[in-house]
Design a protein around this ligand. Structure first.
Ligand code: NOJ
Ligand code: CA
Length: 564
């Protein structure tokens, strides 16, 4: 009864009863909920298996909501859990308005959302916009004949003699064109042949895909992570891409994606999607691979009317633990005019612990990286398992590889299995993920790198995450303060201030394997003080430190408060 009443009131306001809608700014600065939220990416196959078939599922996620809440997570982004032949593990969607039986049912989804909502956690879905599965009803119709109703929903073209229409190569290997003998034309796919590209120039495609977003908004989701936005449009003239020197991992010629990526029409669609998102108080997160900040800026829109949260992958692409490199990238994105979005790892990128770890001090380095992206101005998107320091478990034999690109590109490209292994919950068999056979093997390190063991150890990576997340939820300067780089010529220690009115937080990160001594004069920043009060550190020490001589152990972190 109560639910019905609340539902009615919220329906009048235009929201689903289970949604945690963004109704207004959350602070005096006009910030929106997603600017103060911490997002957490869940790869559903690998998070928690509730029925012991070796594959994670929605009930499994629901069973871990209390864990996520206590960690400090405000929103979960679930990578595709729609019906799919799983050629690209869900990124080949055969029905956008349902749940794959291996993950559960729509009723399970609704329950997950209700339970999440009770805990103040929002749900973000993955919107695979560029392509569908070749088993989607739309494509089955499209390929049935040249005159099929949905023929023009995909990109069909004649070849050049016996060759494909042009030289475009798939980012997953081989030509981006596949010959269809039945209808005597080629179809285009930027990814696998089982992922034909939708024709976004067709208004019917535009409308059908927009309806998908409305359908999920009505179910209560708080937004979407937009997959592969760069490649929605292609040059209608089908010009050949310029060929660059060398070959890619699959042995294809390197190309500049001049005619099949980042076309201006993408921004028209993003502006339209944003209007629908705004009507639903939702957030749009972009899978935005950009080469520089000027490209990233475009995704916010000239008038801030496109993506609220384009991910800054240039941050994740800083290829070594370098104070200078991180300082440069942070400054660049901080000055881009939008709200930065920091990502360290995801289901396509080797885990950060492997990328930045030196093999000897990995635990310290994981805490260092956590302290970096959780204290910057902007919104962090965590990747499951990062909070316990999970490492890649890459296949060692080609026959064990599940991710198709790893088989095509072996051994240069081992695929993405390594960063997608089951979440390590405890030290029982299969790390407590399943009592069946996990779809990917769990590395032996799970005996110590797991949630249950780390919860018992106050010096664990997990405790560092929990403390940092608690801090960033309460501390005004960490939430809203501006970013001021300090000691900019220091090549070992990355330091900055998050400054908010009369208070500030000083963050000091020793990115080197050597002890360092640093000093700070915060007078020019308006804080003529001698000491900082410790908020978080990976070193021992008292509750106050002197700013004129701060000693840092290798890879250590100091975070302290100063006030006027
Ligand atoms: C980006 C996704 O993150 C990746 O996993 C997928 O393979 C491609 N898009 C294709 O959808
Ligand atoms: Ca399962």
């Amino acid at each position: 009864m109560f639910c019905k009443f609340v539902g009615l009131v919220l329906l009048v306001a235009g929201f689903c009863s289970t949604a945690l809608a963004q109704t207004q700014a959350v602070d005096a600065e006009g910030h929106q909920w997603w600017q103060h939220a911490v997002f957490y990416e869940i790869y559903p196959r690998s998070f928690m298996d509730s029925n012991d078939d070796g594959i994670g599922d929605l009930k499994g996620i629901a069973s871990k909501l209390d864990y996520l809440k206590s960690l400090g997570v405000d929103a979960i982004w679930i990578t595709p859990c729609y019906p799919s032949p799983q050629v690209d593990f869900g990124y080949d969607v055969s029905d956008y308005e349902n749940i794959d039986p291996m993950y559960g049912t729509l009723a399970d989804f609704d329950r997950l959302q209700q339970e999440a909502s009770k805990r103040g956690i929002r749900i973000i879905m993955d919107f695979v916009m560029n392509h569908t599965s070749d088993q989607h009803a739309w494509f089955l119709d499209s390929r049935s004949s040249r005159t099929a109703a949905k023929r023009d929903w995909y990109m069909w073209h004649d070849g050049k003699g016996s060759a494909p229409p042009n030289n475009w190569v798939s980012t997953f290997g081989g030509s981006a064109w596949t010959w269809d003998a039945k209808t005597g034309q080629y179809f285009y796919h930027y990814f696998y042949p089982q992922q034909p590209d939708l024709n976004w120039r067709n208004p019917a495609v535009h409308d059908a895909m927009f309806d998908v977003t409305r359908w999920w908004y009505k179910r209560g989701v708080a937004g979407f992570r937009l997959d592969a936005v760069d490649t929605l449009f292609e040059d209608p003239g089908l010009h050949d891409n310029p060929v660059l020197p060398g070959k890619d991992k699959f042995g294809d010629p390197n190309e500049e994606n001049l005619y099949n990526a980042k076309l201006p029409e993408v921004h028209v669609v993003l502006r339209d999607l944003r209007k629908v998102a705004d009507e639903n108080n939702a957030v749009l997160i972009g899978e935005t691979w950009t080469k520089d900040v000027s490209e990233l800026k475009q995704y916010y829109g000239d008038h801030g009317d496109e993506l609220q949260m384009p991910m800054d992958f240039m941050f994740a692409k800083v290829d070594r633990l370098s104070a200078t490199e991180f300082r440069r990238q942070i400054a660049a994105v901080d000055s881009a005019g939008g709200w930065p979005v920091f990502v360290l790892s995801n289901h396509d990128i080797v885990r950060s612990s492997v990328r930045y770890g030196d093999g000897k001090n990995n635990r310290a380095i994981e805490k260092l990286m956590a302290s970096l992206y959780l204290t910057l101005r902007g919104t962090p998107i965590m990747y499951y398992g990062e909070e316990i320091g999970m490492e890649n478990n890459d296949p060692v034999r080609k026959e064990d590889v599940k991710d198709p690109i790893g088989r095509v590109g072996w051994p240069q490209e081992k695929g993405r299995d390594g960063e997608r292994t089951p979440m390590q919950w405890d030290d029982s068999p299969n790390a407590g993920f399943t009592r069946g056979t996990p779809w990917l093997p769990v590395p032996l390190s799970y005996k110590t790198v797991n949630v249950a063991s780390e919860l018992k150890d106050p010096s664990s990576v997990l405790h560092a995450y929990r403390r940092l997340l608690a801090l960033r939820h309460q501390n005004r300067a960490l939430l809203d303060g501006d970013y001021v780089a300090l000691n900019e010529s220091d090549t070992n220690v990355l330091s900055y201030l998050r400054r908010y009115k009369n208070e500030a937080v000083l963050v000091v990160l020793n990115m080197s394997s050597q002890p360092q001594r640093v000093s700070f004069d915060l007078g020019p920043q308006g804080f003529a003080v001698q000491n900082a009060s410790t908020l978080f550190t990976t070193m021992g020490g008292g509750s106050k430190v002197s700013l004129s001589h701060l000693s840092l152990q290798p890879f250590s972190v100091y975070v302290g408060a100063v006030s006027k």
